[in-house]
Ligand binder design. Structure first.
Ligand code: FES
Length: 89
């Protein structure tokens, strides 16, 4: 099992979070975000790639978080949750 640690910055609204994870811990970036943060209206189609509610910006490029693997390509990136999602604490 791969256990290499990956670090990146996740921006939600005006808050920045330093994320630490491993490649094998999550199926996709969407599952990581959904698991760690309670965001209203994020990931509505459960990774089917059809709703667009999991849009994120990775170093300036828009992608769907549900189609983004958690791997070395995310290391040291800045990921912005681009929807006006509402964090529920
Ligand atoms: S969860 Fe619907 S497009 Fe990603």
């Amino acid at each position: 099992m791969e256990t290499k640690t990956i670090h990146f910055t996740l921006v939600i609204g005006s808050e920045e979070f330093r994320i630490q994870t491993s490649r094998s811990q999550y199926h996709s970036l969407m599952t990581l975000i959904s698991d760690r943060f309670n965001l209203a209206d994020f990931g509505l189609c459960s990774s089917m790639g059809s709703c667009g509610s999991c849009d994120v910006e990775i170093d300036g490029e828009m992608v769907l978080a549900c189609e983004t693997a958690v791997n070395d390509s995310l290391a040291n990136t800045r990921i912005v949750v681009s929807k006006s999602v509402i964090a529920i604490y």
